[in-house]
Design a protein around this ligand. Structure first.
Ligand SMILES: Cc1cc2nc3c(=O)[nH]c(=O)nc-3n(C[C@H](O)[C@H](O)[C@H](O)COP(=O)(O)OP(=O)(O)OC[C@H]3O[C@@H](n4cnc5c(N)ncnc54)[C@H](O)[C@@H]3O)c2cc1C
Length: 391
């Protein structure tokens, strides 16, 4: 249910959610399970806006598969009763498909999203929050900040980063001008860029701080996902000199020169390119850019309570990829959705509601409290024992 724009001065809600991506919508659905109706979702652009602006060729790296009835919900679903994989008959959805899935969720469950309505400022008098928005002010007892990271590429990662082209915001790799490229960053976005550019016949040099393509870590937040490893292996087998991977190269600066650009690395390396280097070094958090003073910080990371609220403002919650517990980042949908039920139950309890309806979410992995799941847990069988059988 998308509300028409109207002045909201004086509007008051139990819960205001900022951001209509998977985190904001998933929390809204969990709150609905326990009967929270006084709810508004404020969205600066449109539902699923981050996904809508992905490069045309980019796909979700997390696979979708409709295994929901067997208590193994589609990894990209924001509720146990929906499956993007089933909706599109696709395992790796494009950004536009995933945004359409989120839009379908909003329509089906009649979620109260107000699009084109940016929250400009958050204020608190401890009992209530005041949200200054494009459409006027609204008050809420609880706020869930769910503005993600995608809107905030880190352009201060080294001098000259602002001269680069942000990988995730390229319209289409196919239509990008140029034949030879430098990609800075060897994780998912960087290898994705390299894969698509090589696939259309370009030569690509990937410069990366470590060697993520070699890292043997079971956590896909740390190592490349199987989807990306597989694609990288395929393209380098088919076009052996198309991608050059330079590991352990710390980029320290990008400079503009007459013939184009030069990327400098800490070890004295120097890489010229006629096109702007492609920046795939990550994002900042909406928390840091928008509401930093509402959170306590430790070593550049916001601190969260056991129920994902601010430790300074207990009625301000966070949902999304910047969530960190036990040093582990909940940066994938299947990770942060595990906390939708935790947030809903806490808000429900403080509102005096019966939260027993959340039992189904708990069974289906949308309410995980035992954070032992954050601790490294790899396949018990060593890769070395099967390597010979792998083609
Ligand atoms: C390039 C890339 C690829 C990824 N691939 C995967 C993947 O394959 N699988 C996976 O699980 N995760 C993936 N992720 C992780 C990704 O961060 C999350 O999946 C997801 O986008 C996070 O959801 P979110 O709702 O927190 O943020 P978003 O989807 O970014 O939603 C935040 C929303 O908040 C809105 N907003 C921002 N500021 C305001 C404001 N002031 N007022 C109102 N609205 C505001 C934005 O317009 C946006 O719609 C990827 C991330 C990136 C960057």
């Amino acid at each position: 249910m998308l509300f028409k724009k109207r002045a909201m001065k004086g509007s008051a809600f139990d819960v205001a959610i900022v951001g209509a991506g998977p985190a904001g919508l998933g929390c809204a659905l969990a709150l609905r399970e326990i009967g929270v109706e006084s709810l508004t979702i404020l969205e600066r652009q449109s539902v699923g806006a981050s996904f809508r602006s992905w490069p045309e060729e980019m796909r979700l790296i997390t696979p979708s598969f409709h295994s929901n009835p067997f208590f193994a919900t589609d990894l990209n679903a924001v509720s146990p009763r929906t499956s993007p994989g089933d909706l599109f008959g696709t395992e790796h959805l494009s950004g536009k498909q995933y945004a359409a899935y989120l839009g379908a969720v909003v329509d089906h469950y009649e979620l109260p999203v107000r699009e084109s309505n940016s929250v400009i400022r958050l204020q608190s008098d401890f009992d209530n929050f005041l949200l200054e928005t494009d459409e006027g002010e609204i008050r809420a007892r609880f706020v869930i900040w769910a503005t993600g990271e995608f809107s905030f590429p880190d352009l201060e990662v080294f001098p000259g980063a602002d001269l680069c082209r942000v990988a995730s915001q390229v319209e289409s790799w196919r239509r990008l001008e140029g034949e030879e490229f430098v990609v800075i960053g060897g994780y998912e976005s960087g290898i994705d860029a390299a894969y698509h550019l090589a696939g259309r016949g370009s030569k690509v040099k990937v410069l990366s701080r470590g060697k993520p393509w070699k890292t043997d870590d079971p956590d896909p937040s740390v190592a490349l996902s199987p989807f990306t490893k597989e694609r990288l292996a395929r393209i380098t087998r088919a076009l052996s000199d198309s991608i050059e991977l330079f590991g352990d190269r710390e980029v320290i600066e990008v400079i503009r020169e007459e013939a184009g650009y030069r990327t400098l690395t800490l070890d004295g390396g120097s890489f010229a390119s006629s096109q702007a280097p492609i920046l795939a070094t990550g994002f900042e958090s909406g928390i840091k850019r928008q509401v930093a003073s509402f959170f306590e910080w430790h070593d550049g990371t916001p601190l969260f309570s056991k129920v994902d609220s601010s430790t300074l403002y207990p009625n301000l919650f966070y949902s999304g990829p910047s969530l960190v517990h036990r040093g582990s980042k909940f940066c994938f949908i299947y990770k942060f959705r595990a906390r939708f039920g935790v947030i809903a139950r806490e808000i429900g309890t403080r509102l005096g509601l019966d939260t027993s309806n959340l039992a189904d979410l708990e069974r289906r992995g949308f309410l995980i409290e035992d954070l032992d799941c954050c601790v490294d847990c790899k396949c018990e069988i060593e890769t070395s024992t099967v390597e010979e059988a792998v083609p």
